[in-house]
Design a protein around this ligand. Structure first.
Ligand code: MN
Length: 206
């Protein structure tokens, strides 16, 4: 198990076939303001690849964009809505088809309101991940070992959770609901970018 740090693009041919776990780190929560600093990717075989973008980046990353945009590869996220918006805004691609572990968790783990990655990894896999570096400065010239380990751990368990949550969705007869929600996610992310991030257009309220 190795964490690889790459600058400005993913090298060609480093990923195996199948679903990809994807996460992003940014300068903050307002996507058009807070630049994309890091994209983490794993093919689920044990290595994590971190692709870092500098402050003046052109986000010209053909290898990374090709795998993210590949319609034949499912992308696994935890809270895909945020990552899809950041990827669309900065890299200009729709990183779908999508499986979101947070939405899957909300659809099957109705006995709790704890759907954070840390809680999910603990309950489903019995592992502990640290969230200590979550709010750190991802825009610096050097990423600390702790930051790299944190960034990698955010994609490390998504394949295993995808497997469990897929079974749980089937068991509770919510696969179709999940698939419809996942298919809508790129559109939801686009509404966020257009200015409807804190509005629910399905709500009766204005
Ligand atoms: Mn993350």
């Amino acid at each position: 198990m190795t964490v690889y740090l790459h600058e400005e693009d993913l090298p060609a041919g480093v990923l195996g076939d199948g679903p990809l776990a994807v996460d992003t780190e940014t300068m903050g929560l307002i996507t058009p303001r807070d630049r994309l600093c890091l994209v983490q990717i794993s093919d689920g075989r044990g290595d994590e690849h971190l692709v870092r973008f500098g402050p003046g980046s052109s986000y010209d990353a053909p290898n990374l964009k090709a795998v993210l945009a590949d319609p034949g590869r499912v992308k696994l996220y935890h809270f895909a809505r945020f990552d899809l918006a950041a990827i669309e805004h900065y890299l200009g691609v729709e990183a779908s088809p999508v499986f979101c572990t947070k939405i899957a968790s909300k659809l099957v783990r109705t006995y709790t309101d704890r759907h954070g990655l840390k809680d999910l990894v603990r309950e489903l896999l019995g592992k502990e991940i640290s969230k200590q570096q979550q709010s750190s400065d991802w825009g610096g010239t050097v990423l600390s070992d702790a930051q790299q380990e944190y960034a990698a751990s955010d994609v490390r368990y998504l394949h295993a959770m995808h497997e469990i949550l897929t079974e749980r969705l089937a068991r509770e007869h919510r696969t179709a609901a999940a698939e419809a929600a996942f298919a809508y996610l790129p559109h939801r992310a686009r509404l966020d970018l257009l200015g409807w991030s804190d509005k629910d257009i399905f709500s009766h309220e204005s």
